[in-house]
Write a new protein. Structure first.
Length: 265
């Protein structure tokens, strides 16, 4: 876990001292990088923001429930609801953020037709993101899922696997690291850009704007949903041209790989 304190010394501020403490948990890539830009702008307005970067998708919610952070910025509402049910937590998705497409990537093959019998496929290990990846595999014609399972599908819900694909479950942020080792991998463009591993726009298939429910936004504990410092930070985040430019860079400067969800919800 890497902590980054982004602030401006009070003595350099003009006008009244408005510094406040706000701690936000995030993850590497588009979310951490865009939040860092917003934190720099917030510091110039007297709002001191501390970003804590996590390397997994479990600890940020543990830290939020414990009160160690004020909010986190790494998950979508569907993921949050599933995490709440499993952890017994009471969270609230308070502000929309970025919808990043997910894709299916191969560094070995140029099309789905080339995926061999018994080919290896890496998918996200958490239920919601695994379900999204499996739906993409179904759209690609590689598997069939149990009817009605939707985004909560798991490997156990595969009813037809004509090529006898062999699946490996991997933590979402780590999928980029194993893409070269398998025939096909679920992938997140912002992690691919952050790793500098390969072209994030080289996916064989992507999700699209119909997936706005999966935008990654700001989540708090339900009893802290009215945090005025967080509201101000998000206002800065959503109105900043510098944040928009950073998000664009984080997605490989491709408009096809993300949507600014707050403009559509």
């Amino acid at each position: 876990m890497r902590a980054t304190l982004l602030s401006t010394a009070l003595g350099l501020l003009t006008g009244p001292a408005l510094a406040q403490d706000l701690t936000i948990g995030t993850v590497p890539g588009a979310f951490g990088d865009s939040a860092a830009v917003a934190a720099e702008e917030a510091a110039r307005e007297g709002l001191e923001v501390r970003l804590i970067e996590f390397s997994d998708w479990t600890t940020p919610n543990v830290a939020l429930d414990a009160g160690d952070i004020d909010a986190n910025f790494f998950q979508n509402p569907v993921f949050m609801a599933n995490a709440e049910a499993e952890g017994g937590w009471d969270f609230e998705f308070v502000y929309p953020g970025i919808l990043g497409n997910i894709g299916l990537y191969s560094l070995r093959h140029d099309s789905f037709d080339q995926i061999p019998e018994g080919g290896t496929v890496a998918v996200a290990s958490d239920p919601v993101n695994q379900g999204r990846g499996l739906l993409l595999l179904q759209r690609a014609g590689l598997i069939t899922l149990r009817e009605g399972v939707g985004y909560l599908g798991t490997l156990d819900d595969i009813t037809d696997n004509p090529r006898d694909l062999q699946f490996t479950e991997v933590e979402g942020p780590q999928l980029v690291q194993v893409t070269g080792d398998v025939d096909l991998a679920q992938g997140y463009p912002y992690f691919i850009v952050a790793a500098g591993a390969f072209d994030p726009a080289s996916g064989l298939i992507y999700t699209g704007p119909e997936d706005l429910q999966f935008n990654v936004g700001f989540v708090t504990r339900a009893d802290r949903a009215d945090n005025p410092q967080l509201k101000r930070f998000v206002e800065i985040f959503q109105s900043s041209q510098a944040v928009r430019e950073q998000i664009h860079r984080s997605y490989g400067e491709s408009d096809d790989l993300y949507i600014l969800a707050w403009e559509h919800l």
